[in-house]
Design a protein. Sequence first.
Length: 335
Amino acid sequence: MQVLTLEQFIADRQQEIEGATGAFSKILRDLSLGAKLISFHLRRAALSGILGELGITNVQGESVQKLDHLSNTLFRQLFAKNPHMAGFASEEDDTFTPLNPEGKYVIVVDPLDGSSNIDVGVPVGTIFSIYRRRTPVGTPCTEADFLQGGRAQVAAGYILYGTSTLLFYTTGKGVHGFTLEPAAGDFLLSHPDVKMPEKSSYYSFNDNQFHEWPPALQAFITTFHQENRRSAKPQSLRYVGSLVADFHRNLLKGGFFMYPGTVAKPEGKLRLLYEAYPMAWLIEEAGGAATNGVQPILDIPPTKLHQRTALFLGPKTFLEKLAQTLSDHVPVEKV
Ligand code: AHG
Ligand code: MN
Ligand code: MN
């Protein structure tokens, strides 16, 4: 295995982001420092009393875990000192935080994804998405800098705090994965140019809401289970409730993930800017597809920072079949 650090990998591929004069390296350096520190805290959280709830509710209406708050504060502090970063928006914060007016980029983060799993030892992650700002350099960033839409991302990725600490990212030139080498304190290239297998080994969804899904989706999933049972190599259910962990496993082994909307909440649970856009770009770069059932996630126009969306991730052909079924049966309004 060639020993190639994340920094060297980016340096060797100059212009990772068009016109980025080393800014991208500095941003990734801050992300990887945050990843190492959060990994350290997670691995011994029970011993240092940072498990459990902080006792406040965030803008999502969710109880904030102590490690949600720690991760969010850490990343905001790291980027506040980064001269290239003009703004920071987090799933945990009511609104965005203007940082350096001279910065050319803004970042959107889900600082800790899968919070319900922190206390029970199941992998959690960080999700990030980077945009070039639209407003003039030298002025404070505005909300418009964060609401540019999925196809305006210049970089996106995740950190998985699992059996290894992994950092996967794309800048539109494939998906590349790095593993933290604790002996060196560096992320080393371990998964160059990742492509998702067309054949799925797993399916991932929480079917406790089956009765609330649109009838066309109920029919699609019922048929899916019937066909799967008849298959020579049936797919297994794997759903851990951390999007980053479910995504990563399905990216490497092939799989279908969904968090649908319900008739009551058609917009679903997952967040467009913090979770769906970055994961959608990554899976498209790896040869797969991401939709809200009928429309590519990356084509959904953003209207507000904490917008939610139904999310379907998987092989292109499978999602095309789903879109056909949903379009034929139920007039699912395009957003
Ligand atoms: P977060 O911890 O950042 O709020 O994200 C949790 C999300 C996502 O990671 C996961 O796919 C989904 O919640 C699981 O939701 P359910 O527990 O309702 O299945
Ligand atoms: Mn999340
Ligand atoms: Mn989160």
